[in-house]
Design a protein around this ligand. Structure first.
Ligand code: UDP
Length: 143
């Protein structure tokens, strides 16, 4: 590293969605996060209520898929995590792959495990502002 250069650590909210939990992919996703060198600093298995799901996906509230997205994300237990490390947001989105699992590269979580855009295994925050907002929704007392 160049002298004076700093790699700022950041946090991201990761969800292993109900399809990932139901299909037994929790260990696979956690293994990828750990092997990448990121650190899990909070983790909880829970089933979301509709209000929390709507708050989390508020930016999509006008989209045609919003109702099915809320129904799916509340359909069973998910694993919520706060993941930390240098450029953790970009690093986890790289592990996840593109939103559409058919287009996601093999070797990514979605590329390896999914075919349907509505059931794409994981969520990862897409920017520092959304990470901060989402972490407050899921872990209000922790960060
Ligand atoms: N989604 C969907 N249909 C679409 C687009 C998105 O069901 O046409 C779902 C999908 O599960 C996705 C989530 O909505 O993960 C949030 O969409 P976003 O564009 O934020 O993708 P992500 O950041 O999860 O890759």
């Amino acid at each position: 590293m160049v002298e004076g250069e700093t790699t700022v650590s950041e946090r991201t909210l990761v969800l292993i969605k109900p399809d990932g939990v139901a299909r037994g992919l929790v260990g696979d996703v956690i293994g990828r996060i750990e092997r990448k060198g990121l650190t899990i600093v909070a983790m909880d298995l829970r089933t979301l209520d509709a209000d929390t799901a709507k708050a989390h996906y508020a930016e999509h509230s006008s989209k045609p898929f919003f109702d099915s997205l809320v129904e799916f994300i509340t359909s069973g237990p998910l694993v919520a995590m706060v993941v930390e490390g240098p450029r953790a947001i970009e690093a986890f989105r790289g592990l996840a792959g593109l939103t559409d699992p058919v287009k996601a590269a093999p070797g990514t979580i979605r590329g390896d495990h999914a075919l349907e855009i509505g059931e794409n295994i994981v969520h990862g925050s897409d920017a520092p502002e959304s990470a901060s907002r989402e972490i407050k929704i899921f872990f209000p007392d922790r960060f």
